[in-house]
Design a protein around this ligand. Structure first.
Ligand SMILES: Nc1ncnc2c1ncn2[C@@H]1O[C@H](COP(=O)(O)OP(=O)(O)O)[C@@H](O)[C@H]1O
Ligand SMILES: [Mg+2]
Length: 240
């Protein structure tokens, strides 16, 4: 599980996370919502060690992400990450893109890496695109390719940072369907998202971030139907 205690994060003098306490259990799907600039992306980067923190602790399966003695590259293999922008290599086919990390990071043999890649591409519905180059995929397919690349490392956790925000509206659904499939399979997921339908239907809990504070967290029914925080209610009234 992921255990966050008293997490404080500054960029220079600017405090971006102001004491976050959060547990994410194995198999849980947590959606993180909130206005732009509220610290949602930074939270994900602090969880996978892409950003140092100034106070508090982040434990992943009991390992302190920010301890000097932690092998962060090894720990990061547990944490698959999918960003807003597609980030595959244009000169490699879909299959080669997905096979890359198993080969290079995990030292898998070429044939095994290709088997893993094919399996994960089928998993995200791209079984017929193995030999296609990313530029010849739609935006939705490229995002599913990015998900397959993350899954090829066999992560224990998946962190999504607005995985559908850069997509044309008609392409959002196929990516959300893939995320929903992973959730149903029991993947532990933290999803920063503006897709309130997804947050409501797929999440076990929804966390609302406001100016670096986790203002409210609870089951979707509570957040969307009976929010305790005035800030949460205002935010949801505006996005609806
Ligand atoms: N690398 C950085 N350097 C300085 N400030 C940053 C950096 N990354 C984010 N910030 C600032 O931190 C705050 C939170 O950003 P972010 O976590 O990206 O918010 P969100 O993902 O909720 O939109 C914002 O004020 C943003 O400008
Ligand atoms: Mg962000």
């Amino acid at each position: 599980m992921i255990e966050i205690r008293g997490l404080e994060k500054y960029f220079g003098a600017l405090q971006v996370l102001k004491g976050i306490d959060l547990d994410v259990e194995k198999g849980e799907v947590l959606s993180v919502i909130g206005a732009s600039g509220s610290g949602k992306s930074t939270l994900l980067y602090c969880i996978n060690g892409l950003e140092p923190i100034q106070k508090g602790t982040v434990l992943v399966d009991g390992t302190d992400v920010h301890a000097k003695t932690t092998d962060i590259n090894k720990l990061r293999q547990k944490l698959g990450m999918v960003f807003q922008q597609w980030n595959s290599f244009p000169h490699l086919t879909a299959l080669e893109n997905v096979a890359l990390a198993p080969k290079i990071v995990k030292g898998k043999a070429k044939s095994e890496a290709r088997d893993i890649a094919e399996k994960q591409l089928r998993h995200v519905g791209l079984g017929d695109k193995l030999n296609v180059y990313p530029n010849n995929l739609s935006g939705g397919q490229q995002q599913r390719l990015a998900i397959a690349r993350a899954l090829a490392m066999e992560p224990e956790y998946m962190l999504f940072d607005e995985a559908t925000s850069a997509l044309d509206p008609e392409l959002v659904g196929e990516v959300l369907d893939t995320m929903r499939l992973l959730a149903e399979e029991g993947m532990t997921m933290i999803c920063v998202t503006h897709e309130m339908g997804f947050a409501r239907d797929v999440s076990d809990r929804v966390a609302y971030f406001h100016q670096g504070v986790m203002d409210e967290i609870g089951p979707p029914d509570q957040i969307f139907g009976d929010a305790k925080s005035e800030n949460t209610r205002k935010f949801l009234a505006n996005v609806r």
